[in-house]
Ligand binder design. Structure first.
Ligand code: HEM
Length: 567
């Protein structure tokens, strides 16, 4: 090879490139405002690090392992810091030096990269006033009253789910619970949003919607973790790759929308009906078209998350016989027949059920990653330049911060033996331990942008106020208040409790024999965070994808007749 005959400019260009790269590496490693924070070498240089693990759905695990290795404050990207403490999550000793329980903080600008239709939804809107307006509007649809009206539809869908289990049990077929619970979740959210029967449990006609949603979630998550992908226009490639599914999906949505519009505003008990009176009014700026955008966000937000919680709980119950036995005993002694299992005081009094759900949400949070936040754009200018501080660390402008939900849920200091599925921890621990656990428990996130709305801190404060004289009652109070804090949680807990309680009422179940029975497990020897056999495996795509468990159901005595007659 002749090195001496190249164009002289080529050499200059190569030198310039080398100098720029060198400066870039030196700056990001040694001169950048976050240079003192430890993190993997590639993460310090580029968001490609996060992009790589996002591609494999392992970012939540990688972040957990990196936090173990590098310490409690991790530089997980050139401009990103991840924490795993209660102080960072919602403040305890140093309120308001925290991320999520803080009026100065909003969702990071990367949420803007997920706006698909030109107008932001409740999920990705960043402006405070616009967000409040949307949240108020959706609040009407997810109010206690609306949800009570929706419950019969919810129960009809759960009965359909039970009938399918009955059919499978008669054929001695194992049921793949991830798929089944996702179909149930989508059927419920189809009714909740558009009053539309998707019938995913009974026919495969609409199953392509699942693929459309999966592609959408994967793309949105990839853009949020590695924004360069959006700048490079990768979305056009994604559209091309998933074109058939995408077109089918958009057509299906259009069909749902036009079907719903053809009916009267109050023809169904759905999001449209409950919010319809509040849209298009001069008092707020939200129109009917925007309402449909919100309804679309409900598919992944409500359908996907809750079904992960359900699949995870079935996984853990099938592998923990003592827990299964105790829960079955509670359910089977609390009701006289299956139709009595409805939301209300009796279901709420099933405290072990609630502890099992919380333990599944802790072990396997459906949204397992780091929810990026940053101060509102004008925050650094006003207030005399008061710095934004998290858990004692002054955060330089331009930094995204967050707490890894998976990591804090597996933090030994808050949850002893964190990889053990032990619902009793929510019932037996002393008041002090319980207080820390509740404060570190954040599957719904918190603050004004969380699903939960109200911070756990406030919930605990409410509980303490009422129960200072009787510390043992504190736990009950926290759980009661947290249970019904707002409509989103109400739907999530209502659906999960009803599905699990009704299934256990009508059936016994066990893991399918053979290799299929291992679906959902970790594999011994893996070093990437998937080495724990008894941990339900999920792949992070902002929400979660997962497989298994494969369970075989057996009807209990003659109780099945109650559901069979409805078939
Ligand atoms: C187990 C079930 C659920 C889990 C684990 C969950 C988790 C979460 C999390 C972590 C967030 C914050 C997302 C972020 O910061 O980017 C969130 C937001 C949200 N969730 Fe849920 N969710 C669940 C069920 C539901 C249900 C059933 C609904 C609706 C009926 C719902 C509606 C929403 C909405 C509207 C937001 C956006 C809130 C805002 O930005 O103001 N979620 N959820």
């Amino acid at each position: 090879m002749d090195l001496g005959t190249g164009h002289p400019l080529t050499g200059c260009f190569a030198l310039l490139l080398l100098a720029c790269s060198f400066t870039f590496v030196v700056y990001r490693n040694y001169l950048h405002p976050l240079s003192k924070y430890p993190g993997p070498a590639l993460a310090r240089l580029s968001d490609a690090y996060a992009g790589f693990y996002t591609f494999y759905g392992n970012l939540h695990l990688r972040t957990y392992l990196d936090l173990q290795r590098y310490g409690p404050v991790l530089r997980s990207g050139p401009n990103k810091l991840v924490f795993k403490s209660i102080e960072a999550l919602q403040g305890e000793r140093c309120y308001p030096q925290n991320i999520y329980n803080n009026d100065r903080i909003t969702k990071s600008h990367v949420y803007g990269l997920t706006v698909a239709s030109g107008k932001p939804s409740l999920f990705n809107v960043i402006d405070k006033r616009h967000h409040r307006e949307k949240r108020r509007l959706i609040g009407h649809a997810i109010s206690d009253k609306s949800l009570r009206a929706f419950e019969p539809t919810l129960i009809d869908q759960i009965d359909m789910f039970l009938q399918q289990l009955l059919v499978a049990s008669r054929q001695s077929k194992a049921v793949e619970m991830s798929e089944r619970s996702k179909h149930l979740g989508m059927d419920i959210v189809g009714f909740l949003s558009f009053g539309y029967p998707l019938q995913m449990l009974t026919t495969s006609d609409n199953h392509f919607i699942m693929r459309g949603l999966k592609i959408g979630a994967f793309q949105a998550n990839a853009f949020m973790q590695w924004p360069l992908l959006k700048k490079l226009g990768v979305q056009h490639l994604m559209i091309y790759l998933g074109k058939k599914q995408r077109v089918q999906y958009l057509r299906a949505l259009q069909n749902m929308i036009s079907t719903r519009l053809a009916q009267g505003r109050h023809a169904k008990q759905d999001l449209f009906s409950f919010a319809a009176d509040y849209v298009d009014s001069p008092k707020n700026e939200i129109g009917t078209s925007e309402l449909f955008g919100e309804a679309l966000f409900f598919f992944p937000a409500a359908g996907d998350t809750t079904s992960t919680a359900i699949a995870a709980l079935f996984f853990y119950l099938s592998r923990n016989p003592e827990v299964y036995k105790k829960l079955a005993q509670e359910i089977r002694s609390s009701f006289r027949n299956g139709s009595e299992i409805r939301s209300g005081p009796r279901l709420q009094s099933c405290r072990y059920l609630r502890a099992c759900i919380d333990e599944a949400l802790r072990m396997t949070p459906p949204v397992a990653g780091t929810l990026w936040r940053e101060p509102y754009a004008n925050e650094y200018k006003k207030g005399g330049g008061e710095p934004f501080t998290v858990d004692g660390h002054v955060i330089p402008p331009g930094t995204q911060v967050g707490v890894s939900i998976y990591a804090i849920h597996h933090e030994e200091a808050y949850f002893p033996k964190p990889f053990l599925f032990r619902p009793e921890r929510w019932l037996e621990s002393d008041a002090e331990t319980l207080k820390w656990m509740n404060m570190a428990f954040c599957p719904f996130s918190l603050g004004s942008r969380g699903c939960a709305g109200k911070s756990t801190r406030q919930v605990i404060a409410d509980g303490l106020e009422i129960n200072t004289v009787h510390p043992p009652l504190l736990h009950l109070k926290i759980h009661t208040i947290a249970n019904w804090t707002n409509g989103y949680l109400l739907v999530a807990y209502m659906e999960t409790s009803l599905v699990v309680a009704k299934t256990i009422w009508y059936f016994d179940f066990k893991i399918d024999g053979g290799d299929m029975g291992r679906s959902g497990e970790g594999s011994v020897g893996r070093k990437d965070g998937r080495g724990r056999v008894d941990e339900f495996q999920t792949w992070d795509s902002f929400g979660s994808t997962h497989l298994g468990p494969n369970l075989v159901f057996e009807p209990r005595g003659e109780l099945w007749r109650e559901i069979d007659t409805k078939a």
